[in-house]
Ligand binder design. Sequence first.
Ligand SMILES: CC(C)(COP(=O)(O)OP(=O)(O)OC[C@H]1O[C@@H](n2cnc3c(N)ncnc32)[C@H](O)[C@@H]1OP(=O)(O)O)[C@@H](O)C(=O)NCCC(=O)NCCS
Length: 476
Amino acid sequence: MQIKKIDVHDSAAVAKLYELTEAVHSFDHPDISVRSLRDMTNKWRHPWPGEDGEIWVAISDGRFVGKLELGWPTRENLHFFEFSIEVHPDYRRQGIGTALYDLVEKNASARGRTELVTSTKAQIDGGAPRPGTAAEFLKRLGYKLALTEVTRECAVDTLSRAEEQELYDKALPHASDYDIVSWIGSAPEKLVPSISDLESKILLEVPLGDVDLEAETIDVARFLELEESYRKWEFAQVQTVAVHRDTNTVAANTLFAVPVEPADFAFQMITIVDPAHRGHRLGILCKIANLWQMREHIPRVKKIYTGNADVNSQMISINEQLGYFTVDNDLAFKKVIAQASDTQLSFHQHRYCRAGRKTPARHSHFLTANTVRTTAPAQLQSVPPTASQHRDPPRFPSYESSCRDRDGHVIGVTTHSCPQGCIGEATHQLTLVFVRLSQREGARRKSRGAFRPFSPSVHGECRNPRCVQSMFTRKA
Ligand SMILES: CC(C)(COP(=O)(O)OP(=O)(O)OC[C@H]1O[C@@H](n2cnc3c(N)ncnc32)[C@H](O)[C@@H]1OP(=O)(O)O)[C@@H](O)C(=O)NCCC(=O)NCCS
């Protein structure tokens, strides 16, 4: 058996990957609608903004018999690492899952991630059977249950139009200060800043059990990136918000994501009511209005899937009023891997003036240790150059940053020189390395979050061809 990383732009590999995914799906949970090849290809090719990932496969006689999907956030939650292993039903209990899992901890460690999370389906009372093979597999590897989510399903016409209208009319008097606004596609420009603010609250507001996630900062640029991703995935975004009339603030938001044709189902994505605006029945009003517009404009959608933490009683009560029934449990298992004890970081930055003199950098906003030391380029190997890199020696004030471990070995160096003084991507990358490693060490010192990476867009705005940057990491 061979294990290798696949290129998600290789259509032949993606077709085999899909074949495996479908075989697992129809064995493990055949009652749930299957996503099409086109839909899954879009998903594999375009990671969620602010996330990155890899897909590995186990191959036996040319056939894909196991798959490992890895994913990690790149902006917040730099301690976090997600994975999913699926083994073809005919090849289980032969050690393939274990062989793929071996890559999980190695990969997470190499990225400085400490919290490993995966999820698996489990049968509920009276629900369709689920093999539930993963629970034993994961427990044996040291995983513990961290969160139980319940998957629910609802036909779009479970309630009659009159029943829906009655629910809506009953709720409406509580929301006299709000307008319910619906659309399909991109959000109206004037609402984007306010929706972005509300999106930033999602991870603060949804129950996460023992899964340790900090809130994401969704600014306008990031929100627009999310919308762009929906376009790349060919998902229709069916959205309804409640706008507080006096302040023009988006107080509630709900979204259906409808996969590309011929899918006859939609995913109920987030529904959130701002804590400052609760008690006005905004959740149910938005959900009913959203259902109405989906039924009218995308009639091929016949059913909706949603998932909520088992303790999210408010959301569950709304869903039950709308006719959702339980399908199965999604169990999130977690393991915290040891923090590397041999890592102690110091971060050093030099500034070279035009005359080539080296001085400690002054504007090290993101640094804690700022001691100047000499780096040892011989220990380093170059990371592939970025498009903007060129080979001329820098002619502008330039910066060299290095990151060292506890023994003083350099683990990463970046150099950056820009006539416009932009903050370079290479510096950004090293900062990320620093952030990750400092989390391992720094969780104890409660310094997590003290080192914020610069947004890559800071550099993205610099189009100057003389902006020079390079990044080095220690040889393996
Ligand atoms: C869970 C899964 C990945 C395991 O893959 P696998 O290749 O069969 O796993 P392995 O052969 O490496 O099993 C290792 C050990 O896990 C435990 N295990 C695996 N499947 C089990 C089962 N059905 N019942 C009880 N224990 C099981 C056993 O201890 C096994 O060792 P053993 O065979 O020597 O007794 C596979 O069943 C699967 O694809 N399930 C559906 C997908 C899923 O839920 N994935 C989520 C987990 S990330």
